[in-house]
Design a protein around this ligand. Structure first.
Ligand code: 6R9
Length: 667
């Protein structure tokens, strides 16, 4: 059912020591458990959270969320049927929790900092202003016929209007489905069709990296294939003169006629807050559905404790809202905690690779949360882009989306953080709702180990499972990563296909939630993610995690990033194909570098692990959420470039052409 990633050498390599041991890590205590004197340490509280999930999450739910009606029970569950209910009987509204309840104390505090594409043109939105915007949009939606449970597709750039539209849906009980404003018309259409969306909210155009993205045009093409759509609201981002058809409604005009006050609907804990399609790196996209109370509680709690967010700080999650990271840590987590949160519209290399760091200095960000992809890209551009700026406001260097390889980890810690900030590598998934494994929170003074997310969050119990579906105990072992506890943030279903939800997550390892990732439990109980279970290459019976190979190659001083896939090989079963992007200004020849990479792999793993082919390319096929679309590389490596399928969800689809050309030249 699932394959195992096996390699003891990976463990040895990652356990090298660094100079971090002496640093102190701050942790914000949980006031909710102050009366339980038997809970003396972090580990005591973690154990308590696993043994008493109802008490643990029940207490947090009461103190951290605002309820219209209190819940009757904390957890009801029939796992085999995928029926998981948290906080039954409770009633609440997510927009009230994220906006209204802060008005009395922090109405004039900044809720959003909108970092527009053009540097230096940022805009600020207070909680009061956000509340007014949410009220107006909620009235617009309600008065145009959007009902509780109705699906609203949001295809907007990163902007306050996007956050306000999501919260407006939450206010009236509509279910938002955000689609990356950059996905193709086809990708948008398939998501609209799957959810039988009646309402679309878009903009005339988007702007990213100085380039115009014709959003309305894509919506027109999509809606032409989607008879379910009744209305399309159009926000003016650039003011371009876009054609308006009979279903189209100018959003600002509609808003201007509405009151800024809109009574929130009191919703049940388990009503759906939103659905979000997973990144599409495998198979047909799944509309992952999250429910209101559990999701909100989980993202608010993880936001507070993983980042150790303190009142008044500025939190900078640069992820797009079209990704779960944007939902959980640019919007719901921070706003539920009354934080000031960033909306980043641009690209990490626009107008130059100093963008993030110039922004940190200009906006005085205290936390930054980004993807390893962009880190590797910036690392490749050199240290001078970082060193130019004063980054002393930064306290946390967060990261999510892929394994953070050692070179990037070191660079983040040493060059960006000047060895002052904690590197917080967080592991989680669209389906988990929020962060599940991360170095924080941890006992004060606890060491942070490079190259791994390390510690399960409260209420999270990682379980490693072998090929026979048996639990792998002990330390320095590997297995399929499953979660053996229930936590409130987990997805409740795949929209329209509950059976697929059960089959994908609950059936592979009965009694556990199956993540699809492999993990290594190191000494001390720290977890390292070895990659997706399907990112495994089997060479002459040796199973190799692609992350492991990539980590070795990325360590070569000339290599910016690499991606490894398997391809059918007559003799070995599978061969190894490495795609390698070099740093700028590299002096060595490709042949020399290829030879050095083979030698490094031979030394780091074994000679059977050496790549059969190394293709130097200008870029890799990243999805917009920062994941290498290995499916495409596998096809290319198997000489099936004519069967690539949909590449529209890539950040830059033109990269693929370059790689295909390179492949042809190599053969
Ligand atoms: C939040 C998000 C989930 C998949 C996940 C895993 C990979 C995420 C990671 C990581 C290694 C980390 N992943 N964080 N791998 N280290 N810190 O990324 O959600 O888009 O659903 O992807 O991403 O493979 O299963 P999503």
């Amino acid at each position: 059912m699932h394959k195992l990633v096996r390699s003891a050498r990976f463990a040895v390599k990652t356990l090298r020591q660094t100079s971090l041991c002496a640093r102190t890590i701050t942790t914000t205590p949980f006031p909710e458990f102050a009366d339980l004197s038997q809970l003396k340490s972090h580990d005591d509280l973690h154990k308590f959270s696993l043994e008493n999930p109802e008490q643990f999450w029940g207490r947090l739910a009461l103190s951290r969320l605002q309820w219209d009606e209190e819940f009757q029970s904390v957890l009801n569950c029939e796992l085999e049927k995928g029926e998981i209910d948290w906080f039954l009987g409770g009633k609440l509204n997510a927009s009230v929790n994220c906006v209204d309840r802060h008005l009395a104390t922090r109405g004039d505090q900044l809720a959003l900092i909108w970092e527009r594409d053009e540097p230096g043109t940022e805009e600020y939105v207070t909680y009061r202003e956000l509340s007014e915007m949410v009220g107006q949009i909620a009235n617009v939606l309600r008065n145009s016929g959007v009902k509780k449970g109705g699906r609203v597709a949001i295809y907007l750039p990163m902007a306050p209007i996007t956050v306000a539209t999501m919260l407006a849906c939450a206010r009236i009980g509509a279910v938002h489905s955000v689609v990356f404003a950059g996905f193709s018309a086809e990708a948008l259409a398939s998501r609209i069709q799957d959810a039988e969306v009646e309402t679309v909210v878009t903009a005339d155009q988007g702007v990213r990296g100085g380039r115009i993205i014709p959003l309305k045009q894509a919506v027109d093409a999509a809606v032409a294939q989607c008879p379910s759509v009744k209305r399309v609201f159009v926000y003016q981002r650039t003011g371009a003169d876009v054609p308006m058809g009979p279903k189209d409604i100018p959003l600002e005009k509609a808003m201007s006629g509405e009151s800024t006050e809109c009574a929130p609907v009191s919703l049940a804990s388990e009503d759906t807050l939103f659905m979000l399609y997973t990144s599409g790196s495998t198979g047909k996209p799944k509309g992952i559905a999250h429910s209101i109370a559990g999701y909100l509680l989980y993202v608010a709690t993880t936001f507070k404790h993983v980042f150790d967010y303190q009142p008044g700080e500025r939190f900078g999650c640069v992820a797009d809202i079209g990704w779960i990271t944007g939902h959980s840590y640019a919007l719901y987590g921070p706003l539920c905690c009354g934080a000031t949160t960033l909306l980043f519209e641009s690209s990490p290399i626009y107008p130059n690779p100093g963008r993030y760091w110039e922004m940190v200095q200009r906006l005085q960000l205290n936390h930054i949360y980004l993807a390893p992809t962009s880190l590797r890209l910036l690392l490749k551009a050199g240290d001078s882009w970082v060193n130019k700026y004063d980054l002393s406001s930064l306290r946390t260097l967060g990261c999510v989306g892929e394994p953070l390889n050692h070179e990037a980890w070191d660079w983040y810690y040493e060059v960006v953080g000047q060895k002052r900030c904690d590197v917080i590598d967080t592991w989680w998934q669209t389906e988990t709702g929020g962060i599940c494994i991360s170095p924080r929170p941890s006992s004060p003074g606890a060491h942070i180990e490079p190259g791994m997310p390390m510690r399960p969050f409260f209420g999270i119990k990682p379980v490693l499972v072998d090929e026979k579906n048996e639990e792998v105990n002990g330390e320095d072992v590997e297995g399929a990563l499953c979660l053996g506890s229930l936590w409130p943030g987990m997805a409740r279903t795949i929209y329209g296909d509950h059976q697929r939800y059960i089959e994908t997550y609950l059936k592979p390892c009965p009694g556990l939630y199956y993540t699809g990732d492999g993990a290594h439990r190191h000494k001390g109980g720290n977890y390292q993610i070895t990659g997706r279970m399907d990112d495994v290459v089997n060479v002459t019976g040796h199973r190799l995690g692609t992350a492991e190979l990539e980590d070795i190659m990325d360590t070569h001083p000339d290599v910016a990033e690499s991606a490894v896939v398997g391809f059918p090989h007559d003799i070995k079963g599978e061969g190894i194909f490495a795609f390698v992007v070099l740093k700028e200004g590299v002096k060595h020849s490709h042949d020399d570098i290829a030879q050095a990479l083979r030698a490094a792999v031979k030394q780091g793993i074994a000679s059977y692990a050496q790549p059969d082919f190394i293709l130097f390319t200008n870029g890799l096929p990243w999805t917009r959420s920062g994941k290498i679309m290995r499916r495409i590389l596998r096809k290319i490596a198997s000489n099936q470039a004519d069967e690539l399928g949909d590449v529209s969800t890539l950040a830059d689809p033109s990269v693929v052409e370059g790689i295909v050309k390179g492949y042809k030249a190599l053969h």
